[in-house]
Design a protein. Structure first.
Ligand code: SF4
Length: 68
């Protein structure tokens, strides 16, 4: 898993990998910015709202969220 995320890092973005198909919603519940929504049980990150805090990456039990 990439550890490049940072609140001060402005060029990277968080993405949800294809293995996110379980609809846990843990990422959505823990996102402080309300940047994650579930579309057909798959998490989608609103890049306009995401501050790259890394919380969703830490919380996901499937390691489905990565920073590129
Ligand atoms: S990195 Fe932080 S702000 Fe961005 S989607 Fe994940 S929890 Fe929300």
């Amino acid at each position: 898993m990439c550890a490049m995320w940072s609140a001060h890092h402005t060029t990277s973005q968080s993405y949800v990998k294809e293995i996110c198909e379980f609809g846990y919603g843990i990422c959505k519940k823990n996102c402080p910015e309300g940047a994650i929504k579930l579309v057909k049980a798959v998490a989608v990150i609103d890049q306009e709202k995401c501050t790259q805090c890394g919380t969703c990456i830490e919380k996901c039990p499937r390691n489905a969220i990565v920073t590129l």
